[in-house]
Design a protein around this ligand. Sequence first.
Ligand code: OSB
Ligand code: MG
Length: 370
Amino acid sequence: MRITGVELRRVALPLVAPFRTSFGTETVRDALLLRVVTDDGEGWGECVADSDPRYSSEYVDGCRDVLTRHFLPALGGDPGLRAWDVERRLAPFKGHPMAKAAIEMAVLDLRLRETATSLTDFLGGVAEAVPAGVSVGIMDSIPELLDAVDGYLSQGYVRIKLKIEPGWDVEPVRAVRERFGDALALQVDANTAYRLADARHLARLDPFDLLLIEQPLPEDDLRGHAALARRLSTPMCLDESIVSARAAADAIALGATSIVNIKPGRVGGYLEARRVHDVCAANGVAVWCGGMLETGVGRAANLALAALPNFTLPGDTSASARYYARDITAPFVLEADGRVRVPTGPGLGAAPLPDALAEYTTETTWVPFG
Ligand code: OSB
Ligand code: MG
């Protein structure tokens, strides 16, 4: 069916608790949703950029601008557009992977719904449900952290990731390990907060038998990560640095990463995310699905991706309630076995509920196609 236009909908969803990382604190998820419309159908996409360019250079206002000013006009001449056309037509534009991924996701949802195919079947997913970890923000005190971790473990989460930064690293890790024992699957994420000169300090995390340390150094410092990996026994995992399948291949070849966090928004879409998965699989490198505090729209798509066979570590694919008192889609729930079910319906297998969408929308823009 011919695409008639794209609606950009900005929503503001309050988080159940502030989420603090080494790059800032979020209390409300300011997300941009895209709805691609035909005469008798629609498809939804979510842009994972934050309000501020602190995790990456992208931010919501910038994404909206590049989409309306450059990307949608470049796609507008092709109302029969498929997901791979989106990728090819936007390739000449540098950067902006999160904005590109959002429109690709919406077109994937639209076209897969037209053929009643689920995103997970399209991508090659094999799991019916995926083990869920939880990413735990930096807290004001260790007792507060222990309470938060205790709460998540009693809900059934199977892996804990602690956000770290200089001044909040060895002690919180020690406290969590001592309190919850050696069997706890535990990892840390620094979001680029350290430098190679901190290698000796970071080696103090080695005795705690972590699954991995995620992105300790700046995103363009692959050589630094390789050098640091040689000095730590904790496995190195990259997030911010893995911007494409090619970047993943480079990082693996350099010894800068032995596990990869895959986020479709960071690599420009689900088609590229699958290529990252495949490159890692071919190199014997395990992957897991990262998260960007997605609403149910992006969460549905991440779960579909996380069903691929090389996603062998639990992801940051937590249940809706970990983030939002009320999600904009039907909520994703944590099953008794610590897993979240992979959607099986056509397309993403999830769509915004009109009431919730109306409640949280802060801005709507309609961009006609063609
Ligand atoms: O680095 O993985 C990250 C959230 C926002 C931006 C970056 C990151 C994160 C998380 C939370 O760690 C993942 C989630 O639960 O969605
Ligand atoms: Mg990360």
